[in-house]
Design a protein around this ligand. Structure first.
Ligand SMILES: [Zn+2]
Length: 355
């Protein structure tokens, strides 16, 4: 089971705002957790948080989970005090009308709602059309531009005003599990490796930034760390709900263990190490084939410098990029267990050259 203490940390992570480019409130939480764990802890110029655990002669291994989330950004205030915004990352414009949001200003949080014309007032031919994001607006209760501009600044980030909630069993829902639960797993693995007395490999746990706007923090942090081996922890689409087709993705269910990707983006010996470790440790895993570049930090990691032996560990997630992303805590727990068991096996004799 994910312990109560860890669960509280996960909850804090997903509830603390970190739209791409504004990640430091979440990085501060992770820094606190790792302050007495890492041999060295640093934030780079992009805002990536890099925790280091010294090994004894093994290769350099980098774990990465991105801590940024999708959101909105304030761009324009009209004369009546309605606030227009753009998307930070891949926000679905279906979702936002009629929702509560929080604007994160320098002075603190401001509550708002995204306006939505009443159904009574919509022409029947328009009822099924999506309202373009640039037509949507936030209402914070002000009546003039001057009033708004006293409290809200152009460029302020915005998130949906929802937190984490437990569903039945070990299932939980929140905004932004993508990919703060990846940063959570990396943090927990660093703690457990430290508790276990360390490993042969030099281990870098990186909470990357700006993934949702083009894999940007993963690109620079991987170049900076210059690892031999890298494992990215990310959410992956679950296909066990009524409106998602399994053909094209594969069988991915909540609660059946983490997902190991296979394909050109993945180093074959590293893939085998993960699969063999899962088998040896009786850890349930699911395998998906990804015939192209994955849309994750694993893509830029693999292509960094002269190439990095890269793997992608996915956590099954329903309703990605919505305020009701849903996952099963069992999969997180198994991912932590699998990573710890696999990392122990990497030493100076490991070769990841495909043969
Ligand atoms: Zn992600």
């Amino acid at each position: 089971m994910v312990s109560f203490e860890n669960f509280e940390f996960l909850k804090q992570l997903v509830e603390t705002p970190s739209p791409s480019g504004f990640e430091q409130p979440v990085q501060r939480l992770i820094r606190q957790q790792l302050a007495h764990v890492a041999d060295h802890l640093e934030t780079d110029i992009m805002g990536n948080l890099i925790a280091f655990l010294k090994g004894d002669g093994g290769p350099k291994v980098m774990l990465a989970g991105h801590c940024d989330e999708i959101g909105f950004m304030i761009q324009f205030v009209d004369e009546n005090g309605f606030i227009y915004f753009g998307a930070i990352g891949g926000v679905d414009p279906h979702l936002s009308p009629g929702q509560r949001v929080t604007i994160h200003t320098d002075q603190g949080e401001i509550a708002g709602v995204i306006g939505k014309k009443a159904i009574h007032l919509i022409d029947s031919k328009d009822r099924d059309t999506v309202i373009k994001l640039k037509k949507q607006y936030i209402d914070i209760g002000c009546t003039s531009r001057e009033e708004v501009e006293k409290i809200v600044s152009i460029g302020d980030p915005v998130t949906f005003a929802v937190g984490l909630q437990a569903l039945q069993g070990q299932r939980v829902t929140a905004r932004a599990f993508d990919d703060k639960m990846g940063a959570f797993i990396v943090t927990e693995v660093m703690k457990q490796i430290r508790r276990g007395g360390g490993i042969s490999a030099d281990l870098y746990g990186v909470s990357t930034v700006q993934e949702e706007v083009g894999l940007r923090g993963g690109t620079t942090s991987c170049y900076g760390v210059n690892p031999d081996v890298g494992i990215v922890v990310e959410v992956t689409h679950a296909t066990d709900c009524p409106d998602v087709e399994q053909n094209g993705i594969g069988r991915v269910a909540l609660g059946k263990g983490p997902v190991i990707a296979r394909g050109a983006n993945i180093n074959p010996p590293l893939f085998s190490l993960l699969v063999d470790t899962a088998k040896a440790e009786n850890i349930p895993v699911q395998i998906i084939g990804v015939p192209r570049a994955t849309g994750t930090d694993a893509n830029v990691m693999q292509l960094s410098r002269g190439g990095v032996a890269t793997a992608l560990l996915g956590i099954p997630l329903r309703y990605m990029h919505t305020p009701v992303e849903t996952l099963d805590l069992f999969d997180l727990e198994m991912a932590i267990k699998l990573l710890c068991a696999a990392l122990v096996k990497i030493d100076g004799h490991s070769s990841f050259i495909p043969v």
